[in-house]
Design a binder for this molecule. Structure first.
Ligand code: CS2
Length: 473
């Protein structure tokens, strides 16, 4: 086996799909920040399909936190294998990433944003990358933001680097462009626009005005279950005759709903199955609250019950039944009506996807960054339920499970990976202290004695396995 690269593409075994276009003609029209597994499984695969029609939408990808992706993919000319997991696993080599930059190459990154050939910036930096306060504005006390505000010419944060690149673009005269968030946040485009606007206003009001006039920030809903790369995947890819330092896997299902609000030219992602819509809010809320809300519920309750994967948790009929009731009876009633979205069928499809026997999706992976995820996934539903006078007894159970998860000794419990880990661990012995001082719960819930009493009641009940099963009934 020889290492995957442009030179060895033609030698790949026949069943492996590969780029159907000439890679030497590609132009990086997209600058992406955060080329983790989700980007490589999702947006890069859409771009790969688009490149067969138009070579101007290749990707220059910048990793903010480590050189791992660049180290793995540069020797492969940016190529990697994507495994689509279903009844039969399908392998495809993706060719849309043509450049990999690392955090030390901030200058090259800003130059890419400024280049006239660049027309779109996309981002998957996870919830914490936006550096927003619970109130929605830029968190000026965030260490990276504080640092960048004092030295904006050498930024380290995502927001600081993006604004630096936009400043370079303005100076170079290449005109406006579109910045498209692909993270699991409600109103992700609006939030990114706010973070960028606040930061730019603090360092250069003229630049802030230019951004407000020339740069569009559409929101988008992204969906495809992407378990981390594991030994089973490496073995499958090697057995297929591919020498790839970092293959990626995901379910076959994928969805991308994008707000049709672009500066100038819009990439034809619809040719690859994406939907452009006037308003993405309903799709985003349904996906975050139903799929991600159920995922986080399975993660914390499942880990407390000793399960390892989503599939294991769904095979536990009591847990699967609980999550289905949660989705149908507690989360769905808070969602508005969205044209083209049948909520009942959507829930059924999500439950089927969770049961996909070809996927081993670790609950511990989903449990990461709970402090950043729960506000969008579960707490927003609880706020709406309280306002509408609907019960929250079931909705607080997964939140109480997260509080239990925070307090357990690790090992044996899965590691606590969370930007607020130290603060939360210090408070975790007292659930009410986490609510008040954890920096996670919105003011509406902190000031709501009914919610706090329901949460405390659920928390007491989750003291052991039989207590947990009692709460799932
Ligand atoms: C998961 C998501 O890890 C997690 O928190 O809930 O990554 C989920 O698999 C995706 O959002 C599905 O689109």
């Amino acid at each position: 086996m020889t290492r995957l690269s442009n030179a060895t593409l033609a030698d790949l075994p026949a069943p492996v799909a590969r780029p159907g276009y000439d890679r030497t003609t590609l132009v990086p029209g997209i600058v992406h920040v955060g080329p983790g597994a989700f980007h490589r499984a999702h947006q890069a695969a859409y771009a790969d399909a688009v490149l067969a029609h138009d070579p101007r939408w290749a990707i220059s990808a910048m990793a903010l936190n480590s050189t791992d992706v660049a180290d793995a993919l540069r020797p492969q000319d940016g190529l990697y294998t994507l495994a689509l997991l279903g009844a039969e696993t399908k392998l495809r080599v993706v060719g849309s990433i043509v450049e990999l930059l690392t955090k030390a190459e901030g200058d090259a990154f800003a130059a890419r944003i400024a280049a006239p050939t660049t027309r779109l910036v996309t981002a998957t930096v996870t919830e914490k990358g936006y550096c927003l306060t619970a109130g929605g504005g830029l968190d000026r006390d965030h260490p990276a933001i504080r640092r960048d505000l004092t030295d904006p010419a050498r930024p380290v944060s995502f927001v600081g680097r993006l604004v630096d690149g936009l400043g370079r673009r303005r100076a170079g005269g290449a005109g406006g462009l579109t910045v498209l968030s692909c993270d699991n946040l409600a109103g992700n485009g609006r939030r990114l626009s706010r973070a960028v606007g606040d930061y730019a206003a603090a360092i250069d009001p003229d630049l802030a005005a230019w951004i407000a006039g020339e740069v569009r920030f559409p929101s988008s809903m992204v969906d495809s279950i992407t378990p981390a790369t594991d030994d089973a995947l490496r073995a499958t890819v090697a057995a297929a005759g591919i020498d790839d330092a970092w293959p990626i896997q995901r379910e076959a299902f994928t969805q991308w709903v994008i707000e049709d609000d672009f500066a100038r030219e819009r990439p034809p992602f619809d040719l690859a199955g994406a939907q452009f819509v006037a308003d993405v809010t309903g799709f985003e809320e349904a996906k975050l609250r139903l799929l991600n809300g159920a995922h986080s519920s399975l993660a914390y309750l499942g880990l407390l019950l000793g399960h390892e994967t989503v599939g294991d948790a769904m095979a536990d009929a009591r847990l699967a039944g609980f999550v289905e009731r949660l989705m149908r009876d507690d989360i769905a009633p808070g969602l508005g009506v969205t044209a083209g979205l049948d909520t009942g069928a959507y829930i059924g499809a999500i439950l089927d996807r969770f049961r996909n026997p070809a996927i081993r999706h670790l609950l511990a992976q989903i449990a990461w960054d709970g402090s950043q995820k729960l506000p969008f996934r579960l707490l927003a539903t609880i706020v709406d339920a309280r306002r509408a006078g609907r019960p929250v007894d079931r909705l607080v159970v997964p939140v109480a499970a997260w509080l239990r998860f925070l307090a357990l000794p690790r090992p044996p419990m899965a590691p606590l990976v969370d930007p607020l880990a130290a603060r939360l661990t210090a408070l975790a012995h007292d659930p009410d202290a986490v609510v008040q001082d954890g920096g996670v719960f919105p003011a509406d819930l902190v000031g709501d004695p009914t919610f706090r009493a329901a949460l405390a009641h659920a928390w007491v009940g989750l003291c052991d396995a039989s207590g947990i099963l009692g709460r799932l009934a």
